[in-house]
Write a new protein. Sequence first.
Length: 313
Amino acid sequence: MSAALIAVLLCLVSSVAYAAAAVAQERLAARDPRTGALRMLGSGAWWWSVALNASAALLHVVALKYGPLTVVQPLGALTLVAAVPLGARLAGRRVSAVEWRGTGLTLLGLGALLLTASGPAPDDVLSVPEALTVAGATAALIGVLSRPGARPGLRHATASGIASGVASALTQTVTVAVTDRSGPLLSVQVIGVAVLVAAFAAGGLLLSQTAYRGGLGAPLAVVTLANPVAAAVIGLALLGERLRGGPAGVLLALTGAALAAWGVVQLSRQTPERHGDPRPAAAVPVPVPVPEEASPEPAPVPRQPGPGHLTAL
């Protein structure tokens, strides 16, 4: 079996695992929309989704060992293709035409974006000041997106995708710094950036859990779109990466972004009806007929002695 085929197979299994984790998170959010961080930590279903996410991430990392980024990264968008029908199946409904159209447009746009932005793995890393600057700017942006207001699902999904994308970019720094053997294994740079990776990865997971309260399709599409875009911005601005294809590549990337955005709009218009709402319906008072009270019997009238009777003394 060729290395490229191994990479493709690993990516397929990784996408299915990511999709199953997203569906599990969405169903958990639908079961109890008021679920908080502490309650989720005590939920076995939530830890099951965490295990699925971790397994998918591990498979994705192994796939990068066998295949180039130009093959592995676009295949990660198959998570959306697997999650939408899987979520509909578990909800007992069919995938609507709007969901299929939105999924197709999002994947087409993502393919164009990743084709132009991805390339051979870079050997450059973020310095500690650069990593701290990226972390601070990302935390501020996540704070803005997480504020109360309209459409919290899509804003939290955007914040989740950005957090996960930044975590991936920082992971690359840790991986390159550890494997190039040019410095100590546990340097300040490696430990500091590893802590930031853990923080943003956990934050992305919690934000996605919140985003799925409003459904699966649109939030997952936003996460799938924001993740590679955030990673690409860091790569282009700080790691010396360039868009492939020159001006034609830039035009293709812009076209892909427009298609993906339109796909997200299509998915956001579809709000599947939830089945099996655990909340009981409000009881409607039913008038109960009140039986008529029986008329009281008249009190007996004492008999008056007649003129022929003698009153005992």
